[in-house]
Write a protein that binds this ligand. Structure first.
Ligand code: GUN
Length: 312
């Protein structure tokens, strides 16, 4: 039986609908949550992400401010900006889009953000709160993965969960969230011995290592739920022929659009072996911005002492 497709667009719309209601309630009591998005330089992907974040704020009735600075901006100037945003009462969330230009000390900038406004959840205080399972702001993509699992009725309690990838942004935090949801969690990576064998133990398999279609059928336990965090752009016929068993559809797409997106999971194998899986595009990706909006609303509530109302 072909695997169930976990539709990220549908779950994103549900979350946005719920958020719109919360935002109307906050506005009725005179509070408009606000997000500042800081973009340094001209990285095209970052420009698209930031534009999309600001547009989503607007569509939900949140206040947003896009701050675009040139690629030669210094660490000092960014630290001043962050301090200014920290002190402003109309700003509840501060997002500094990564990657920052090489001359900027990214860690220093991220650590200057007031943890109460850390809607990306990258600050060490946020990381500590996550590890301790205390109220705080959780990184967007990992939180989105948990929403997909929860809203799709995938049992985490007692399940074996395997995370491939150990990044600070996805691998480590999603492992921690799965653990808090009572899964038995294994984190593996490029140095793991017998990676396919370890991955095959997962009732839930999260692929977040950034390698196109790296997770093939021999990594997937039959019937497992497979969450694909990768977004890789293929631009040549050779790449497509190497990855797909039947390249017909992707080759047509390449001709029509100039590129094809593939995740970290081989999609034909996922369809055949998994019980359920997130497609690329249209799986995990759409959730990330929805959770950013949710974190901004949560930050607005937490900063005003509305702790019970902000419970995730
Ligand atoms: N660059 C790629 N993903 C992200 C993200 O989630 N947050 C920020 N700030 N930058 C990113």
């Amino acid at each position: 039986m072909a695997a169930r497709i976990l539709d990220g667009n549908k779950i994103r719309d549900e979350i946005k609908q719920e958020l719109a209601e919360q935002i109307q309630e906050l506005k009725a009591s005179g509070i408009t949550p606000g997000l500042a998005a800081v973009l340094v330089g001209e990285d095209p992907a970052s420009q698209i992400y930031v534009r999309s974040k600001v547009k989503t704020c607007e569509s939900l009735g949140l206040y947003s401010e896009k701050i675009e600075w040139p690629a030669d901006t210094t660490t000092e100037r960014l630290l001043e900006l962050v301090r200014d945003l920290n002190s402003r009462n109309d700003i509840d969330g501060i997002l500094v889009q990564l990657p920052l230009p090489p001359q900027v000390d990214s860690k220093l900038v991220l650590e200057a953000i007031d943890p109460a406004k850390d809607v990306d959840g990258f600050h060490p205080v946020s990381v500590g709160n996550l590890v301790r399972n205390r109220p705080g702001l959780v990184p967007c993509t990992p939180a989105g993965i948990i929403e997909i699992l929860r809203r799709s009725g995938v049992a985490m309690k007692g399940a074996r969960a395997v995370v491939i990838g150990r990044s600070d942004i996805v691998g480590k935090p999603v492992a921690m969230l799965l653990l808090h949801n009572h899964a038995t969690v294994t984190i593996c990576h490029s140095r793991t011995q017998d990676l396919p064998g370890v991955a095959r133990e997962g009732d839930i398999l999260v692929a977040a290592m950034g390698k196109p279609a790296f997770v093939t059928g021999d990594f997937i336990k039959p019937g497992a739920t497979v969450i694909d965090v990768g977004i890789n752009r293929l631009t040549t016929e050779e790449e497509i022929r190497e990855i797909y068993h039947d390249p017909t559809g992707p080759l047509e797409k390449l001709k029509a659009k100039g590129s094809v997106l593939v995740g970290d999971v081989q999609p034909e194998d996922a369809r055949e072996k998994a019980g359920a899986f997130t497609p690329v595009p249209g799986g995990v990706g759409p959730l990330t911005i929805a959770i950013l909006m949710s974190n901004t609303v949560r930050a607005a509530k937490l900063r005003r002492g509305m702790r019970a109302a902000a419970k995730a």
